[in-house]
Design a protein around this ligand. Structure first.
Ligand SMILES: *[C@@H]1O[C@H](CO)[C@@H](O)[C@H](O)[C@H]1NC(C)=O
Ligand SMILES: *[C@@H]1O[C@H](CO)[C@@H](O)[C@H](O)[C@H]1NC(C)=O
Ligand SMILES: *[C@@H]1O[C@H](CO)[C@@H](O)[C@H](O)[C@H]1NC(C)=O
Ligand SMILES: *[C@@H]1O[C@H](CO)[C@@H](O)[C@H](O)[C@H]1NC(C)=O
Ligand SMILES: *[C@@H]1O[C@H](CO)[C@@H](O)[C@H](O)[C@H]1NC(C)=O
Length: 246
């Protein structure tokens, strides 16, 4: 009697254990939770997430390499880039290593340049005060590096071709609305992002628009967004109509 119930017990445990294990190890859903932080699809922390970040348990924050993800929006990922007088260009590699995002609409502030790079139109004195350049030995000789061509994304090749060896920080040109113009965000890198494939395959959820996105390697990319008055991720969950109060 004792033996039987023991065996039965083991069997039950195996069944429960098996179910539990399957749920926990399911790779079919994208896990967007990292501590107190919850990111919307397609962002997340498990292999099923099209845009995958590292969850740093210590600071309960999303990371790309050692860089903190500060915000994700409909078309950008904003990453913190604290000023650093000795950051080598190669330290930036993680921000260029994905096939789903790449730096766009930034100016990089470079140091130890062989020649002056094409500047941005920001006053040196203002930069020096804002970014505490005086902490660097070569104070006041920072070069602003922007894209020469009408190419939309930066590559590591562009940074390496800047003739500079250090990358002090970055300024992101955040859009603040149709008529409000552009906000300069210091110590931030703006990444454009996309999912693979074009809009012809109708990759978006119901009530979502598909936007074709040019990607650095020339392959098709897209983003989805709920049509006006609807809310949701626009990819795997249907966009639902927003409730109007009153
Ligand atoms: C993140 O982006 C959203 C949408 O643009 C904005 O409303 C919000 O203030 C941003 N949050 C932070 C912490 O920058
Ligand atoms: C600045 O960059 C250097 C070179 O990569 C690194 O060793 C150092 O830890 C960085 N300093 C800070 C404060 O992050
Ligand atoms: C400042 O940088 C320029 C190139 O941007 C270089 O030609 C010059 O030698 C640098 N001056 C100092 C004092 O490092
Ligand atoms: C590299 O920089 C030089 C000088 O600024 C520029 O004329 C050239 O087009 C750049 N090459 C590439 C491949 O970006
Ligand atoms: C979605 O597409 C429709 C038709 O092209 C357009 O009228 C609408 O403004 C778009 N909505 C959004 C939120 O982009």
């Amino acid at each position: 009697m004792v033996m039987i119930s023991h065996k039965l017990m083991s069997l039950i445990l195996i069944i429960i254990g098996g179910t539990f294990f399957r749920r926990v190890s399911s790779s079919e859903t994208c896990n967007g939770i990292c501590g107190r932080l919850t990111l919307p699809y397609p962002f997340g922390f498990s292999p099923a997430c099209p845009i995958r970040f590292h969850c740093s348990e210590v600071d309960q924050a999303a990371k790309i390499g050692g860089f903190s993800v500060q915000n994700v929006t409909e078309n950008s990922i904003l990453v913190g880039l604290p000023h650093n007088c000795s950051r080598k260009i190669e330290d930036m590699t993680p921000l260029f290593a994905s096939q789903n995002f790449a730096p766009t609409e930034n100016s990089f502030l470079m140091d130890k340049c062989m020649y002056k790079t094409n500047g941005c139109s920001i006053n040196q004195g203002f930069l020096e005060n804002t970014l505490k350049l005086q902490s660097c030995g070569s104070a006041g000789n920072i070069s602003c590096f922007s894209l020469y061509t009408n190419s939309k994304f930066f590559s590591m090749k562009d940074l390496r071709n800047s003739s500079c060896s250090l990358l002090f920080s970055s300024i992101a040109f955040g859009s603040v609305g149709v008529n409000a113009g552009v906000a300069l965000e210091f110590e931030r890198v703006q990444l454009g992002w996309w999912l693979k494939g074009d809009c012809k395959n109708k990759p978006c959820a119901e009530n979502a628009n598909c936007t074709q996105v040019d990607t650095p390697d020339g392959n098709a990319g897209h983003r989805c967004s709920c049509i006006e008055g609807y809310h949701g991720d626009g990819y795997i969950n249907p966009c639902l109509r927003l409730k109007v109060r009153g």
